[in-house]
Design a protein. Structure first.
Length: 272
């Protein structure tokens, strides 16, 4: 087994941990003090780690998980508040529009996970909020712990879905369940994620990585060329639609961020 890291927290702790065993690479989000909330640095490091795994011919399958108490708390709201303030300033100066929602590093990660050509398994425990959930339709298999909880908090934050999830979440869950979760921002638990089609199975938290590892090993037994070709064929029917949805979302997101309900929600968060 080999281990490596990418990016740093401050000047010491790596933002991404990786380890290789039997042609399976485990990529771990490593910002546990922030519950693996994504800021620009983590988006960039995670995107780079996926790109590196995709380019490495010794890797057949990747497992993506999170260090600490949860998978990911979503977008770092402190950074989002800064983006919100800049969006409001630019909107006033330009007479509308505002900052591009992808400028802070979001696009680096989403482009990497969209284009990732090998089997990608997500192992989710604890909270998976925002991008912690919207990345999951881009993963080929999702395994969740019995303590996993999912939330799409875009309406409560005064914005709209991201990462093409206005298309991908209904595609995975069906319209009724997806509409409820996207419009309400309510929580979904691990068994509910399986019932809704977001995950393959729910296991005890202590067994999560072993379960993901067993699935990865089974996939890694196949030839890489066939794994990649099959994934490409499966995704061909929906990836263009997801990208089109993402474009629509980002156009609307940039008009809402930093205004009205979005500003109020972020101000309230910062006040706490």
């Amino acid at each position: 087994m080999s281990e490596r890291s990418e990016g740093t927290i401050g000047s010491s702790e790596p933002l991404i941990l990786t380890s290789d065993a039997d042609r399976v690479r485990t990529v771990t989000l490593n910002r546990p003090a922030a519950r693996n909330a994504f800021d620009t640095a983590l988006y960039t490091a995670a995107g780079s780690a996926l790109d590196a795994a995709d380019a490495d011919d010794t890797v057949k399958v990747v497992i993506l998980n999170g260090a600490g108490k949860g998978f990911s708390a979503g977008q770092d709201l402190k950074e989002m508040a800064n983006l919100s303030a800049r969006s409001a300033e630019e909107s006033g100066a330009q007479g509308g529009g505002g900052a591009d929602a992808g400028e802070h590093g979001f696009s680096v990660f989403i482009n990497a996970i969209e284009s990732f050509s090998k089997p990608l398994i997500a192992a989710v425990h604890g909270n998976a909020i925002g991008i912690g959930t919207t990345m999951l339709p881009y993963c080929d298999i999702v395994v969740v712990a019995d303590d996993a909880r999912f939330r799409l908090p875009f309406v409560p934050l005064g914005v709209v879905p991201e990462a093409g999830s206005s298309f991908t979440i209904p595609m995975v869950m069906g319209h009724q369940q997806a509409n409820y979760l996207l419009l309400s921002g309510e929580w979904l638990d691990g068994p509910g994620a399986v019932a809704a089609g977001l995950a393959l199975r729910c296991v005890p938290a202590a067994d999560l990585l072993a379960e993901a590892g067993a699935l990865a090993a089974a996939l890694a037994a196949g030839p890489l060329s066939s794994l990649q070709a099959t994934k490409r064929l499966v995704r061909a029917g929906w990836l263009d639609a997801a990208r089109a949805a993402r474009t629509r979302e980002e156009e609307v997101f940039s008009t809402l961020l930093g205004h009205g309900a979005s500003k109020d929600a972020l101000d309230e968060f910062l006040a706490r």
